[in-house]
Design a protein around this ligand. Structure first.
Ligand SMILES: [Zn+2]
Length: 174
């Protein structure tokens, strides 16, 4: 865990409802309306710190980080399929509704939905390994699931994704 940042709360008479936050060196500045109570201030500071963390995590998760992660997973879990499971490019995409990830075995490219970008690392790893396994086996046969099952958190990650899909009414299946 990172240590708690120094928080500076600034109250503004001009603000009525909007709250915003930004990082300024070691500090996080949170701007709130002047009439907020202490309880509202605490609630909003927590909420804005969480949002800031999500935003910063998303910014760290670039295409090149994703590609490196996929290559590490392929080397670790699919070492017996070196050519088939080696992706040529792995990218985050915005236009993928209805699927967490997709791949094109013919050219070795993988695309991962931006919806996955804010999920925990172990879920991202599952989505990547799922697509890497499709570079080896295109369908969802028992042999395919045996490859995916090499990743110990596969079942847990599938449950997590099902839960997110159901809660958000996304109707995303594998
Ligand atoms: Zn699949």
């Amino acid at each position: 865990m990172t240590r708690k940042p120094v928080i500076e709360v600034r109250r503004s008479k001009r603000r009525r409802r909007t709250v915003s936050a930004y990082r300024d060196g070691e500090r996080v500045v949170v701007l709130i309306p002047a009439q907020f109570s202490r309880a509202e201030e605490r609630e909003w500071v927590d909420r804005m710190l969480e949002r800031l963390a999500v935003r910063e995590q998303r910014a760290r998760r670039t295409d090149s980080e994703l590609t490196a992660r996929a290559q590490r997973l392929a080397a670790r879990y699919l070492p017996d399929h070196p050519s088939a499971a080696r992706p040529t490019s792995v990218r985050w995409v915005q236009n993928q509704n209805g699927r967490w990830g997709s791949c094109t075995p013919a050219d070795g490219t993988i695309r991962i939905s931006h919806r996955v970008q804010e999920m925990p690392d172990w879920v991202i790893d599952y989505v990547l390994l799922h697509e890497l396994s499709h570079l080896v086996i295109a369908n969802h046969s028992a042999a395919f699931w045996a490859l995916v099952g090499r990743y110990p958190k596969s079942e847990r990650a599938r449950g997590y994704l099902e839960g997110v899909s159901a809660a958000a009414g996304l109707g995303i299946t594998e």
